[in-house]
Design a protein around this ligand. Sequence first.
Ligand code: ARG
Length: 403
Amino acid sequence: MAKEKVVLAYSGGLDTSVIIRWLIEEKDLDVIAMVGDVGQQRQDLEYIRQKAIDIGALECLVVDMREEFVNEFLTKALAANALYENKYPLVSALSRPILVKHLVKTAEEYQAQYVAHGCTGKGNDQVRFEIGIVTLNPELKVLAPVREWDLLTREQEMEWAAARGIPVPTTVDEPYSIDDNIWGRTIECGILEDPWVEPPEDIYELTQPPNMGPDLPQYVELGFNAGVPCSLDGKQMSFHDIIIELNEIGGRHGYGRIDMLENRLVGLKSREIYETPGALALIEAHKALEDMTLERDLLHYKLSVEHVWATQVYYGQWYSPLKQALDAFIASTQTAVTGEVRLKFHKGTCLTVGRRSDFSLYDYGLATYGEADSFDRTAAKGFIDIFGLAVKTWARQQLKLDI
Ligand code: ARG
């Protein structure tokens, strides 16, 4: 009888390599490994693919998800100016749902009953994988081997692997847990677990120390079309290429580091370091253009929606009905977010120093104190009388109570 099948989210690292063999030996399953390229730094993909096959996977699919990641996921995140707890641009939280989408699709194509991932039992990523998988296909069953091994030491895991001919790292283990994709890089664990300790300089790869940035500032002009970045310094470019370029420019100027103590969904606080120069610069510029093009009440309301959106996505709810409804609202706000923003990078900072748009709601005549002033001051007094009436009435009442 044919064996049941499992599709595994495979990275090529030790954990997911060991999982391939474990699923075969312990669960008697045929394993289809899937590697998603979301722009992370990684070993040669052909090497990773061959490694999975050598360990015993039936197949290893390498899927280039970069374009879809930018167009479907990062476009929505930028439209939402998405920052969890007002700081973290959701780097890992955004890549999990695209992996989930392809895992589920592959499971359906191969008629697999199971999907497996290599997340630990303490983080957010396990929740994102599992909630995403069951939302897209409630019939699929999820296996989380690392959660079952949580009591194994790294040495025991390496012994188990070595005994089966699975390549194990010869170098001393990386002291940090790192995840990355086009939208940035996340670093946790090791010495960073002491929230009082300043992060050592060697954890950073995308950003210079802020004081080591060039002495001269650099100006960058970003163009947006309906909320989507479309040009850099006047040159038409894809959103993908703009992110890559801004990661480089921002990183060189020491911009984009975040040191934060964040609330994980599973209830604990953890210390996390991020480097996300491109994402933060784009959110800064996008917000600046919204300030100019969104009507006041819409802008204010959108701020509260953005907060809910970021929390939903952090909590693994990318495919939830609430998140989808929020997407529809946010998309409807973006039609006029077209124009240019001028950013200035210098010694760890990125400031908006100019913005313009054909859909600008900034009216010079209304705003100026100069000769062109067209604001009707005579209407101000009546406006204030009526607007202040409720609190004035209340204040009178207070006077009586105070006696
Ligand atoms: N704390 C971040 C988040 O939950 C980063 C997680 C990184 N994941 C990892 N396996 N290192 O989105």
